[in-house]
Write a protein that binds this ligand. Sequence first.
Ligand code: ATP
Ligand code: MG
Length: 379
Amino acid sequence: MKKILLLGSGELGKEFVISAKRLGCYVVACDSYAHAPAMQVADESCVFSMLDETALRAAISEHKPDLIVPEIEAIRTEVLLDVERQGFEVIPSARAANLTMNRDRIRDVAVGLGVRTAKFSYAESAAELLAQAQSIGFPVVIKPVMSSSGKGQSVAKTQDDIQACWDYACKGMRGDRQKVIVEEFIHFEFEITLLTIRQRNGSTIFCQPIGHVQERGDYQYSWQPQAMKPQYLKTAELMAEKVTADLGGVGLFGVEFFVTQDEVIFSELSPRPHDTGMVTLISQNLSEFDLHARAILGLPIPHIDTIEGASAVVLATTEGHSPTFTGVADALSEPGTDVRIFGKPTTRPFRRMAVALAKGPNALGKARAAAQKITVMSI
Ligand SMILES: Nc1ncnc2c1ncn2[C@@H]1O[C@H](COP(=O)(O)OP(=O)(O)OP(=O)(O)O)[C@@H](O)[C@H]1O
Ligand SMILES: [Mg+2]
């Protein structure tokens, strides 16, 4: 039986724990707060900040896991690099966790591999940001190099927006570096997540592309399969294979691309299941969490069956605790519809609390309608 130390215990971690436990694993779920979603289904739990070097080292030496599985980006990844050298296995690799924690590092890797990205530059002050934005050309997208789920991200349409964008980025930054990436705004036709699986004993394989829509830098709904030109899909697969091969290790990656009329552009990647990939809980015979578990355990993935499916998020609107959900029965009354309630103990505006899933014809319409029927109330 493999012992897994899960770093981060959100909704993606929860589904991963269910998949891993079905394959006989023992899971210790860690997060900075008690009763986090994945802790509710794990064998043991451990509460500490993943950014706290001493606590992270202590958890690894106490539990001596066979596999360390990061679920979030904000981890003291230097510790992972160090324990990997001591013989612990980090999924997919300590290098992947370390490089993807910072947008600039993974972007530099992509460029080094000759992968097409949006035009971009970096800035460490408002003045530098203005200069870089002028040289790229407005509008530009500005993101802190360390942040996730759209935090601190904004679009500057003209130079008058620059100071506000800089201030907003500084507020949304994590870590100790006051640095942003400033990117050419891509007028894409659609964007996709290409779930890419690196196997222990087999070639790199892909799921059908997942289309998604984001608001405030956070995903709202996703669907699979997203139709796209076969040669564009091939190009995306080649880029995904190249970047994930460079990061190394085994497991599932969520590789994000923008697709325009003329080309496919690499955006970023998660070396772990992706939030837009929650659709696979209903659209595939093996969900992205099952695939991650099989890949890291060295188990075969003979075939991935896909049917039309969609997911839509259910967000909280107020700050509070002990949430309750109304409208669930109504949402579930539609055939081919399902719901996953994450079990987060507290709410805040826009916090993702559940996801509605649907399959079959008009899956997206059904998933969005189901999500709209559900209301989160908290005390
Ligand atoms: N250069 C760009 N041009 C147009 N839209 C962009 C650009 N960069 C980002 N976006 C939009 O913002 C979304 C979030 O950006 P990105 O994936 O880089 O940030 P993130 O904070 O890592 O988000 P998440 O953690 O949800 O994946 C993208 O999915 C896309 O919709
Ligand atoms: Mg993203």
